[in-house]
Design a protein around this ligand. Structure first.
Ligand SMILES: [Zn+2]
Length: 297
């Protein structure tokens, strides 16, 4: 078994063909280790951009890659043929920090090769997900690579630019701290039809109250002062892709706007709630307004 940490840099380019922006891959960086975690080899190549001849200022600043660099790069298909050759047909788990790299990879294969399937991607592990599991961090928050490195005590002061190979080597150093073959196997996905279905899924906020993925039992609010269940005084209203209603505590007269956001992922729904307490001066006018419109609860 071999593990390959893959990191891609990409540039947002406009495609006249699809009349939309696509994240065009401009650099591949990778490092291969064996089951004993010894580095076997590294891979690094710049890809000649076909769509975006100019890098966005953000990408330039982040990566230090220049427009000349991408003009002199290797064409997309040749670059990935070289990469596949480099993998050498070994039994390999490809890993990346977060799944956006594989999503972009699949997008690029779909765009340039008319097939969303990435031929060399057989098994995949999302290192970010695995790392957050090991460190007991909630999946709703995504930990960036630099933060992760700092969390596991790696000195990041010498990490200056985001280059694909450097990032993959840094990700590897993080992984070394939590390397556990058995545990990692549980996080490894077969890159089958389901894998691509999940990859294509667009994470979104639920804005329809009748959406069956909403757990209505979560649409309640306990008083922050006395812990008693609060009474809802207004209808739910969708504001900024979240649901908001006025709540009142009969025990202590606490009143405020409770907001709950449902964020739908392929296999789960994350919720985020806030409560904004209304000051006594505001209460009266809001209460009257709520009572005049519709009183529920
Ligand atoms: Zn209360």
């Amino acid at each position: 078994m071999y593990y390959v940490v893959l990191d891609l840099e990409w540039n947002s380019s406009y495609s006249k063909k699809s009349k939309s922006f696509i994240n065009e891959i401009i650099e591949i960086g990778a490092v291969m280790v064996n089951a004993g975690f010894e580095v076997i080899d590294t891979f690094s190549t710049i890809i000649k951009a076909q769509l975006g001849k100019r890098l966005t200022s953000r990408v330039k600043a982040l990566t230090n890659i220049s427009n000349e660099d991408i003009r002199g790069g290797v064409p997309f298909s040749k670059a990935f043929e070289d990469f596949e050759k480099w993998l050498g047909g070994k039994d390999t788990v490809i890993m990346s920090w977060g799944d956006s790299d594989v999503r972009v990879l699949s997008d690029n294969f779909l765009f340039f090769n008319n097939d969303e399937r990435v031929p060399f991607l057989k098994k995949y592990l999302d290192m970010q997900k695995y790392f957050q599991h090991c460190y007991n961090l909630p999946s709703s928050k995504q930990v960036g690579l630099i933060t992760a490195a700092e969390l596991c005590g790696i000195d990041t002061s010498d990490v200056s630019s985001h280059r694909a190979l450097e990032d993959s080597l840094l990700a590897l150093r993080c992984l070394k701290k939590i390397f556990d073959e058995e545990k990692m196997a549980a996080f490894t996905q077969e890159c089958n039809e389901d894998f691509y279905k999940k990859l294509r899924f667009k994470v979104h906020n639920i804005t329809n109250l009748r959406d069956p993925h909403i757990d209505k039992s979560l649409m309640r609010c306990d008083c922050q002062n006395c812990n008693k269940p609060m009474q809802r005084l207004s209808e739910w209203k969708c504001v900024n892709q979240a649901f908001r209603a006025l709540f009142y505590c009969r025990e202590c007269s606490n009143m405020g706007l409770f907001t709950i956001k449902f964020r739908r992922h392929f296999d789960r729904v994350d919720t985020h709630t806030t409560f904004i307490k209304l000051e006594p001066a505001e209460e009266e006018s809001v209460l009257t307004a709520a009572q005049n419109s519709s009183v529920t609860g």
